[in-house]
Design a protein around this ligand. Structure first.
Ligand code: CP
Ligand code: NVA
Length: 303
């Protein structure tokens, strides 16, 4: 396995399944791992807001006997008086592992290149691999398997979570169908790469009903990602409304389909309240599994 996680394509199918198995085991027997990272430190570099990522990584390190440092780029010399390369080379002399939530994906890959310790992508504008590891754990818990299932993603296709779902589904053998408006499809290079990796089906369509038809998992994400300017809101509501996951659209998925959203979520936007707060929703299981999958990922990278 590589010594960093920039994207899920840094992992093989076997790597992913090993991390998920370890995450399941750590979730079941947390007490066995309380000293696993004694004396180890994680540096958490943040350029964007967060609830889940920040708290789950920090709690994860505490539960493993280690320590985490929150480092806000706004109060750092990085990008102003200090290069990314000097920042991570210096940090590599103090801490054992770095995670970073950044705007530009190139900055994350630059960190991974220059750090002498593992670097984890904790979300960039391009991808969000940690989220999808937690989502795969959640899907396997709920459905008992991954291979052969169909995941439908509705809404903003040109999106970090969507890109990571494409890679994740392709790697583990799940069909994925993206329903997004024209001009908001996933990046072509990501779709091509996912097709190369996949033995399963990959569909990108403008038709929300075609996308969601017979899905086992229905997934949506914010129409207003952290990097989208606030003045785009009205225009985006208009464009994405036909892709809103509501009761009517859910009727086209399988009866026992689960509903997922990486959160944060806006009721009345990418999904209705009745869907996200309804019996098919597993959004808080996904949120919880961020903790378990990241603990397993850190332990794997540091072993
Ligand atoms: N899903 C997720 O990454 O949430 P945060 O933005 O709160 O970290
Ligand atoms: N696409 C969302 C994911 C948040 C976890 C964003 O980038 O804001």
């Amino acid at each position: 396995m590589k010594e960093y996680l920039r994207d899920l394509t840094d992992l093989s199918k076997e790597d992913i399944l090993k991390i998920l198995d370890l995450a399941d085991e750590m979730k079941k027997n947390p007490d066995k791992y309380t000293n696993a990272l004694l004396g180890k430190t994680l540096l958490m570099i943040f350029e964007k807001p967060s609830l889940r990522t920040r708290v789950s990584f920090e709690v994860g390190m505490t539960q493993l006997g280690g320590h985490a440092i929150y480092y806000d780029i706004a109060t750092s010399p990085m990008g102003k008086k200090e290069s990314i390369s000097d920042t991570v080379k210096t940090a590599s002399r103090y801490v054992n592992i770095i995670m970073a939530r950044l705007f530009k994906h190139e900055h994350l890959t630059e960190m991974a290149e220059h750090a002498t310790i593992p670097v984890i992508n904790a979300l960039t504008d391009f991808s969000h691999p940690c989220q999808v590891l937690a989502d795969l754990q959640t899907i396997r818990e709920k459905k008992g398997t991954l291979k052969g299932l169909k995941l439908a993603y509705l809404g903003d296709g040109h999106n970090n979570v969507t890109h990571s779902l494409l890679y994740g589904c392709a790697l583990v053998g799940m069909d994925i169908s993206i329903g997004s408006p024209e001009g908001h499809a996933p990046m072509e290079s990501v779709v091509n790469k996912a097709e190369e990796l996949a033995s399963s089906d990959i569909v990108v369509t403008n038709d929300p009903i075609e996308a969601i038809k017979d899905a086992d998992i229905v997934y949506t994400d914010s129409w207003m990602s952290y990097h989208i300017a606030a003045d785009k809101k009205e225009e985006r509501i208009k464009v994405f409304t036909p892709y809103q996951v509501n009761k009517d659209l859910m009727k086209h998925a399988k009866k026992d389909a689960i509903f997922m959203n990486c959160l944060p979520a806006m009721r009345g936007m990418e999904q209705t309240k009745e869907v996200i707060d309804g019996p098919q929703s597993v959004v808080f299981n996904e949120a919880e599994n961020r903790l378990h999958t990241q603990k397993a990922l850190i332990l794997t990278l540091l072993s």
